[in-house]
Design a protein around this ligand. Structure first.
Ligand code: 1GP
Length: 245
């Protein structure tokens, strides 16, 4: 399937909800069970990835179980070039543009590109911008995180990514962040760009999801919340708040 077209078409209708599952945080059967629940709650696609502990094997197993249980499109959200699988429908071919290390900006991608092409995995280009606190991904990626009040710098990176031809922009506060990306930053970046904007990191309540949507996010990512939440009503509330329904 053409996952990029699916996502962009959906985002034209309103904000979408992307659920993130980390193959290192639960076994593949459990990931499949969570995917089924989050599909029922209204999620639009499943991202699969994590900063550490992802292998070809746990990535493939997780992708297969998610597909079987939910039928939703899957997108690999790579923590590096170490694990790649054709069992995932597509991959965010992403650059951490505010990393201080060229490895995370372009060298990891250069090392993996030929293999991804050989496997025939759909690539969706993505400019990945780390905002404070940045958490584990900011640390691993050696990010010079954008300060929460430095809106001009966030706009600069986002616009540069668009001008470089990237399909999507992702403002990332980091998994488990105590505070999500500030709504004022989301609005300012959204107003500056014309490609879709994904927002994630620290979104775990309907209020936070609604604030990101109203600020202008085209897609809202939740990871930690969906992995930990056993209350189906709460799951639905966060997905509904993301999608405005
Ligand atoms: C991490 O933005 C995602 O890349 C999700 O963050 O785990 O805090 O939802 P959370």
């Amino acid at each position: 399937m053409d996952v990029k077209k699916y996502l962009i078409d959906k985002m034209k209708e309103g904000t979408v909800h992307l659920a993130l599952l980390d193959p290192d945080k639960q076994d593949s059967r459990e990931a499949g069970a969570i995917a089924k629940k989050i599909k029922e709650a209204g999620a639009d696609a499943i991202m699969i990835g994590g900063s550490t502990g992802v292998t070809n094997e746990n990535l493939s197993d997780t992708a297969r179980c998610i597909k079987e249980e939910s039928g939703l499109p899957t997108i690999h959200f790579p923590g590096g070039p170490g694990a790649i699988s054709k069992d995932v429908d597509s991959i965010f071919f992403m650059s951490m543009v505010n990393s201080t290390d060229p490895f995370w900006i372009i060298n990891a991608q250069a090392g993996a590109a030929a293999y991804i092409k050989k496997l025939g995995i759909e690539t969706i280009s993505l400019g990945y911008i780390i905002v404070e606190p940045g958490m584990k991904v900011g640390e691993v990626g050696k990010a010079d995180a954008v300060k929460r009040d430095d809106i001009a710098r966030a706009i600069g990176y986002a616009l540069a990514c668009e001008m470089l031809g990237m399909d999507l922009i992702y403002l990332e506060a980091g998994s488990g962040a105590d505070k999500p990306v500030p709504p004022e930053m989301i609005t300012a970046v959204k107003d500056a760009i014309s490609v879709p904007l994904i927002v994630g990191g620290g979104i775990r309540t309907p209020e936070a999801a609604k604030a990101a949507r109203l600020a202008g996010a085209d897609a809202i990512v939740t990871g930690t919340f969906i992995e930990r939440c056993s209350d189906d009503t709460m799951l639905k509330s966060v997905v509904n708040a993301s999608k405005g329904r």
